[in-house]
Design a protein around this ligand. Structure first.
Ligand code: ZN
Length: 472
């Protein structure tokens, strides 16, 4: 990552955000457009990942040092705090809609993505995500539904779409009694690729759906062999879609959002670093085609109200602590689920022993106080419907997680409580288990980056990209 960081620093000194590189390129539209969406990636998630890399690996996060910088409002048509479907729709179509709606206006009009415009102009199009391809953000670029939760119908719309290249997690609900979305996609000319070793067989003029056997790629912190990674499928898209007519590719880091919902700082940071690896692939392409390429890196919204500074440890930062978390909250939750099923009467001491193992607690890395352990015990009691202290006492006296505010799997009470205590000790705070209304950053490099600088709205992304595609 360092070489690109240095390169962009040089660029920063020579090219400001609001000036173009030369008169020659002033009115030129980019031929190759990358739109990276870090789902839930606010400024703080990006900065936390950079600080983590600087503290622990003497490295830095490329995306944070791109020369074009702006920020973006994300509110939806009916809420100051957006969801991914509404924000994805605004980003892809230029029109705001209500939370939960996908590719249609609040009054039911069908809205079309700039991917449609690009296809009509003869450009190749790609949609990539680390979560399932029928999830809100990728679906906002091809689907039209009243509810983002109509997963089967969305996967059928994907099968009928004009997009050239899909890669990500497998469909959530591909089969009903009438049809199978995968079979439909094959009938419509898509070739299905299910294994990383088959990526080398891709042909330039074929259309692909590349998908993981599960409905999302693995968390970077849990990295597994023989699974797709965001970096790998981004590179495959670049190689497959490069052509003389140009391309537009949307790449989503979808699990930054999930880890931030779980207030899991280490997993969030690893997801941002993984997202950055995919951006590095695009930067390598940009370095070969600097006069024809535009890279935009932004987010659909911020998740978790992440903060760099915590009341428990004022003026302190301990990002080195986060290195010792061995697995994601999700993998830990799966482990807990299994041991609870095998032994419904499992004691708190046994549960806590697993926590100390996976979060490396007590090994001179992170030490939990009596009050911290009491908060985790309370989460254990919550799962067993056996509170020993009141909600008020837990919140005010012991600074426990607000368990009653969690609308999640009961086991999340333990994982989120543990995540929040670890984050607090490292100097990272969280204000919510949902999204926030904070503006998100917009980082850019390349031809046509200037309109993305300063304060823009999420609808502007589509408007600016469409204006470039129309010039092609
Ligand atoms: Zn979310």
């Amino acid at each position: 990552m360092k070489s690109i960081y240095l390169y962009t620093l040089v660029l920063l000194l020579t090219v400001s955000c609001n000036t173009t590189t030369s008169q020659n390129t002033q009115n030129k539209a980019p031929k190759y457009i990358f739109l990276f969406i870090g789902d839930g990636m606010g400024m703080v998630q990006s900065q936390a990942a950079d600080l983590y890399l600087r503290t622990n690996e003497q490295d830095s996060l490329d995306l944070l040092y791109l020369p074009g910088t702006g920020y973006m409002s994300t509110h939806s048509a009916n809420s100051q705090i957006t969801g991914s479907a509404a924000s994805g729709t605004a980003i892809s179509t230029g029109t705001k809609t209500n939370n939960g709606m996908l590719g249609i206006s609040p009054t039911g009009d069908t809205l079309f993505s700039f991917m449609n415009t690009a296809h009509k102009k003869g450009m190749k199009t790609g949609i990539i995500s680390s979560v399932s391809l029928d999830h809100a953000t990728p679906a906002a670029f091809y689907a039209h539904r009243n509810s983002r939760n109509n997963y089967h119908e969305i996967s059928v719309q994907l099968a009928h779409s004009d997009i050239d290249f899909f890669a990500g997690g497998g469909f959530l609900n591909p089969v009903n009694k009438f049809q199978n979305a995968y079979t439909l996609a094959e009938k419509n000319g898509y070739t299905l690729i299910k294994s990383p070793e088959n990526l080398s067989s891709l042909q330039p003029d074929s259309r692909y759906i590349i998908y993981d056997s599960l409905t999302a790629l693995p968390y970077a912190i849990d990295s597994q062999k023989n699974r797709f990674s965001l970096e790998m499928i981004t590179q495959a898209a670049i190689e497959n879609l490069k052509n003389e007519q140009g391309f537009v590719i949307m790449i989503e880091g979808g699990k930054i959002d999930w880890a931030s919902h779980a207030n899991d700082a280490a997993t969030t940071i690893h997801e941002v670093i993984e997202f950055n690896k995919a951006i590095t692939k695009a930067l390598k392409f940009y370095n070969k085609h600097p006069e024809e390429t535009l890279i935009i890196v932004t987010a659909d919204h911020e998740t978790g109200g992440m903060a760099l500074g915590e009341a428990v440890v004022p003026y302190e930062t301990h990002y080195d602590m986060l290195v010792h978390q061995l697995i994601s909250y999700e993998k830990f939750e799966d482990t807990l689920r299994k041991i609870w099923q095998d032994n419904p009467k499992i004691s708190f001491e046994e549960v806590y022993a697993h926590i100390t193992q996976f979060y490396s607690i007590g090994d001179n890395y992170i030490n939990f106080s009596k009050d911290d352990i009491l908060c985790i015990r309370r989460a254990y009691d919550f799962i067993n419907n056996n509170y020993k202290i009141s909600e008020k006492e837990a919140l005010l006296k012991y600074n426990c997680t607000n368990i009653s505010a969690l609308a999640l799997d009961k086991l999340s009470a333990i994982t989120i409580t543990t995540n929040r205590i670890v984050a607090q000790k490292s100097g990272i705070g969280w204000t919510t288990y949902a999204h926030s209304s904070a503006h998100v950053p917009v980082f850019t490099i390349g031809i046509g980056k200037e309109p993305f600088c300063g304060l823009i709205d999420n609808t502007d992304i589509s408007k600016i990209i469409t204006s470039y595609i129309d010039q092609e």
